[in-house]
Ligand binder design. Structure first.
Ligand SMILES: [Fe+2]
Length: 249
């Protein structure tokens, strides 16, 4: 099994068979990921599927192709963030709304359903995934703190959980506003957690979120960027205070 297929199987478990088949077919056609890297191969697979979707009739049968393309692009950002976060901004620039995929969308006649859908930047799904993970992370920690009978710590994690959950909702709402279809995040596994050294782990996680938001904000339209900047300022509070409920809106 190629490295990139293995990556998909691990990171997109439980995808409906038709979707899983599309994802694997798109990346299987790409050059050896050993040469180009998993993130690059996933992004190339996404481009191939966007091309297919744009060449389609715009009917319902194209919807799953577009969904698969969005998913691959999201996972490309995710793979890049994990393997080489310092290069994430450059990767997003090259592949995102201001790069390859954006140009592809521009080359298609405007007004069709497919070209509108791709204007929902893949960055939003990457950020949703990150918020979902953070929400699960704090929910798990608050359960541990509750089991340890630490009311103060339980409250602290619950506040952080509420903020991350709120961010997730706002990102989802924005995707819907832009006419997109948010990807299901129901299958994201819960993280393995411990209260030992939680301060450092929380700080690292928040730091990663901040880096991700900073890397992805530039390719966004004005309204989405304002939303992202709003969330980013809350994440900065999380990192410095290791506590939540900074969300007022
Ligand atoms: Fe956060």
């Amino acid at each position: 099994m190629s490295e990139v297929i293995a990556w998909l199987k691990e990171n997109v478990p439980g995808a409906p068979p038709a979707l899983a088949e599309l994802l694997e077919r798109a990346v299987a056609d790409q050059p050896d990921p050993g040469l180009t890297g998993v993130a690059e191969t996933l992004a190339q697979g996404a481009r191939k599927l966007y091309q297919e979707a744009f060449a389609g009739t715009g009917g319902r049968e194209d919807a799953i192709v577009l969904l698969a393309a969005d998913a691959l692009l999201t996972h490309a950002f995710e793979a890049q963030a994990r393997s080489n976060p310092e290069e994430l901004a450059r990767f997003a620039e090259r592949w995102g709304a201001g790069g390859e995929i954006g140009r592809l969308a521009e080359s298609v006649e405007t007004g069709s359903e497919a070209s509108e859908a791709v204007r929902v930047p893949g960055a939003l799904e990457t950020l949703r995934l990150s918020e979902k993970r953070q929400a699960l992370f704090y929910r798990g920690l608050s359960a541990l703190a509750e089991a340890a009978d630490d009311a103060g710590l339980t409250q602290r994690f619950q506040d952080l959980h509420a903020d991350e959950q709120h961010h997730l909702s706002r990102l989802t709402a924005r995707i819907l506003e832009l006419g997109g279809r948010p990807v299901s995040l129901n299958d994201i596994p819960a993280p393995v957690l411990s209260l030992e050294g939680w301060e450092e782990v929380v700080r690292d996680c928040e730091n990663e979120e901040i880096l991700l938001y900073r890397a992805l904000r530039d390719g966004l339209d004005e309204v989405t960027r304002a939303l992202v900047d709003d969330i980013l300022s809350v994440e900065e509070h999380h990192r410095s205070e290791l506590g939540g409920k900074w969300t007022l809106a």
